[in-house]
Design a protein around this ligand. Sequence first.
Ligand code: S3P
Length: 449
Amino acid sequence: MTSFVVTPTGRPLAGHVVAPGDKSIGHRALLFSALAATPVRVRGLGSGADNGRTARAIVALGATTARDGDELVVRGPGLRHLSAPPAPIDCGNSGTTIRLLTGLLAGQPFASELFGDESLSRRPMARVIAPLRAMGATITGKDGGADVTPPLRIAACVERLRGCDHALAIASAQVKTALVLAGLTATGTTRVREPWRSRDHSEHLLAAMGAPLTVADRAVEVDGDGWDGRLAIDRIVVPGDPSSAAFLVAAALVAGVGDGGVGVGPITVNPTRTGFLDVLAAMGAVIERRDPFTYFRGEDGATLVVAAAPDGLRGTTLGGELVVRAIDEVPILAAVAAVAEGETVITDAGELKVKESDRIATTVAMLRAFGVEAEAQGEGLVVVGRGRRPLRAARVHAEGDHRIAMAASVLALVADGPSRIDDADNVATSYPGFLAAMTSLGADLRAEP
Ligand code: S3P
């Protein structure tokens, strides 16, 4: 089991880091390429283990992948010609892999089975299975009390699925995408409505590939009738990952910015992903978006340049729609809140309880390990910022959660001695280059077995 040891240097950070490929878009680039009728060149994929799970899954479904320089060439069997996987598909730690595959495989004429690691085996799947069952799919899993959990068995779909009109109780891009993929194989119209708009990468990419898809404000609709099932695109450029960049931006805010500044990018600045930048701005951070450009329609890019918070950081409130746009950044935002002046109150974040760990509990425990006053409160948490008062060196157990391990590493930069973060292996699921990136900015971070 890997631990990170972080020794505060007392020096501010400086340098430029190239952001790794976005994990969310990487999953979609791989999976959708396998559904295409023509070869697709995918550029900019990150090397995280989660994307690796999706890459192996598409091979199990009949695609081939080959490296060509910095591109991966995916030759898919196409949406209507996937083959039965020879063995159960291992989704590892990746919720996106298992949920997207469940939607795709629900309408296929062969049976399949999906499973994952211990953390994934605890995660709720009823949110995706219930609407798929209503469309005619037969899916069973382990009954984990009120919910269904992996492993999932998906029966061969004998008759085509039927479209549905489904209102999601919770905004979820994974469930939305799963239902859209099922809708591509279904008869009639499949409509998915969300209480808030979750990340919309699937909509942009599938529309660019010719899917019969329309998007209204908080609804997406797929019309499976009168469509030949053909998806095509020559090349997909995977943008840089804002969720990985967020840790480096936060590190610069926490440890301070030295001569030459701290830059991270380029990343997608799709507004469904940049809630954390709005939150940090409300806390007093000044983060410039430099060199704007467009990756593809719907995904604009920029490089983030962090200036030290000129008047210091102050606490804020975070709830509602903003939480959806910053869902994966709550642990690192809570870490920044710990060194701000005043309280930060985070609400409407119940979803965090069913991520890779119970992130309300693990975030609170991580903050307390550094001597920060924090408390779980209903569907959220409260953090009492310590301002410039020093943090206590900590020993943190990351509970196998990559984002908790990285958030703790950032806070450890300003503790009063070396900190140790145990169970940090899963940082490799999203950001294998995290340690090297932090080191290149001047932090003293090393991994120990
Ligand atoms: C993701 C969507 C989000 C996010 C996850 C990745 C995606 O989950 O937390 O890390 O790639 O679609 P939900 O859709 O369940 O909110």
